[in-house]
Design a protein around this ligand. Structure first.
Ligand SMILES: Cc1cc2nc3c(=O)[nH]c(=O)nc-3n(C[C@H](O)[C@H](O)[C@H](O)COP(=O)(O)OP(=O)(O)OC[C@H]3O[C@@H](n4cnc5c(N)ncnc54)[C@H](O)[C@@H]3O)c2cc1C
Length: 466
């Protein structure tokens, strides 16, 4: 990065939006993963044209550019492994147009998920993917990761809600994907290719999302069970009964203990925890909850509470969303993993995951589990002390055991919603095979021949990182 390039970047976004200060670069060197890579410079654009001008210079000088939203990723995906520019997209945070007649909303990528939903609620609509990081994460980061969350089982992941995108390609060309209608098959589906591409194919500068009406009513219940296997079997049975609650959220006893304490919920006993939420019309939410209750009773829960109290519902959802921060208080290092299993394998998977610490030699690792069990998605979370070499080694063994001995043999996928980033690049070929990964790399080369955008990770990087 030359003095001249820095001056040019300042000319594009203004000197106040270019930072070379070490204390700022350090802040941008982390996300919620274990990795740390410091950028050479942080640049904060406020328009698509500014992003285009930055990418033009970056391609000319072959400088890596890593887009970044709120930095909540748990995979290292917004970290600049090759240094260069971190493009902080959070200043592009406008809701551009709410078009109720056409059931669409257009936003800039830096809009925070919860802020968007607060505004949409005034119109009776919402953007359903509900990641636990929703108070902080940006819609741009959600699009890049194809984030999902509590309600994805019923309403789909981010991808199912994106109608079109404006993206800036490496080199600076501005491209519009998709059509301005609710359905279209008029081209290859570039929008769906871009969603989940982890900032490695283009920088997203505008997003158009479908509007979804807020359901009229909710019915909520919380259960605890003696073991995780029973919860997994019960969830599979609910799905097989053709009931579609909007939430089937699970926390293992260790996670539930920490999360309920964190959220100061004293009235629910700790145990292997299942939160069930059904939505729709008053009649359908009540009917679905009645059916869930009768199925779950067959699995002999140790505790049941059905509630119509919306404030308790909100607190229970907050507690579930706080699972990771709550666990972070238990040990110096917390590493949240992400895997999804076929519903028929949930019970086997949940039990095998619980057994990981016992199968390791010295078992310095602690493990807790939670997740969106309704769509088979679990977040086994390793807790240890990263400063201790032997614990770090054991963490790597635990990780390999999870993905190589449990997830892949059970027909699962190495990520349901958090993405590949750095952490799972080592396993992608084992899941998809050499030829499929070669195709992914060719797609990356087509969009980004000089490997400028978020290089060396995600789905199209040359691995391993050197
Ligand atoms: C406590 C906690 C709970 C979480 N819970 C969930 C959950 O329930 N579900 C879930 O899916 N995820 C979850 N996550 C992971 C993460 O929050 C989400 O993936 C989120 O969508 C990331 O958004 P962000 O704005 O923080 O993006 P960042 O972390 O900043 O970036 C993520 C990726 O997006 C790229 N990117 C960002 N902006 C752009 C842009 N404008 N154009 C192109 N690429 C871009 C980055 O390069 C990077 O590859 C959780 C994380 C934490 C810490």
């Amino acid at each position: 990065l030359t003095e001249r390039t820095v001056r040019e970047l300042e000319g594009i976004v203004g000197a106040g939006n270019v930072s070379l200060k070490d204390e700022e670069l350090i802040c941008y060197s982390r996300d919620s993963s274990l990795y740390e890579y410091k950028p050479d410079v942080v640049v904060r654009p406020s328009s698509s044209e500014q992003v285009a001008a930055i990418l033009k210079i970056a391609e000319r000088d072959v400088i890596p550019v890593t887009p970044r939203g709120a930095g909540t990723s748990s995979t290292g995906s917004p970290l600049p492994v090759k240094g260069g520019v971190v493009l902080d997209m959070t200043a592009m945070d406008k809701i551009l147009r709410i078009d109720v007649e056409n059931m669409m909303v257009e936003v800039e990528p830096g809009v925070v998920c919860d802020s968007l939903n607060e505004v949409l609620s005034e119109y009776g609509y919402f953007f359903p993917p509900d990641p636990a990081s929703s108070p902080a994460c940006t819609v741009g980061g959600m699009v890049a990761n194809n984030a999902a969350g509590n309600r994805a089982m019923k309403y789909g992941t981010t991808r199912e809600h994106v109608l079109w995108l404006e993206i800036v390609l490496p080199g600076g060309k501005i491209v519009h994907t998709g059509s301005r209608t609710l359905k279209s098959v008029s081209g290859f589906d570039l929008t769906r290719l871009l969603v989940g591409s982890e900032g490695s194919l283009g920088v997203v500068t505008k997003i158009c999302l479908k509007l979804t009406p807020i359901p009229e009513s909710f019915a909520t219940a919380v259960f605890t069970f003696d073991d995780v296997e029973t919860i997994a079997k019960a969830v599979s049975r609910i799905r097989a009964a053709k009931i579609v609650p909007d939430m089937l959220e699970f926390m293992s006893a260790k996670t539930a203990g920490a999360a309920l304490e964190y959220a100061k919920i004293k009235e629910i006993p700790s145990g292997n925890f299942l939160l069930v939420d059904c939505d729709g019309s008053k009649e359908s939410a009540t009917r679905d909850m009645d059916s869930c209750l009768s199925i779950l009773r067959e699995f002999h829960p140790s505790y049941i509470q059905r509630t119509e109290d919306t404030s308790l519902r909100e607190r229970l959802i907050s507690a579930r969303k706080a699972a990771l921060p709550a666990l972070s208080r238990l040990r110096p290092t917390t590493c949240m993993e992400d895997c999804t299993f076929p519903l028929s394998r949930l019970a086997q998977a949940a039990t095998a995951i619980e057994d990981i610490p016992a199968r390791l030699v010295s078992s310095s690792l602690d493990l807790a589990n939670f997740g969106h069990l309704g769509d088979g998605n679990m977040h086994p979370t390793f807790m240890f002390d990263d400063r201790v070499e032997s614990e770090r080694r054991e963490f790597q063994q635990g990780l390999d055991m999870l993905y190589r001995q449990i997830v892949l043999p059970l027909g699962g996928t190495i990520t349901g919603e958090h993405g590949i980033g750095i952490v799972r690049a080592q396993y992608i070929e084992e899941e998809h095979g050499e030829e499929a990964v070669r195709l992914m790399r060719r797609i990356k080369e087509l969009f980004d021949p000089k490997q400028i955008l978020n290089p060396y990770k995600g789905k199209g990087g040359p691995w391993p990182i050197k």
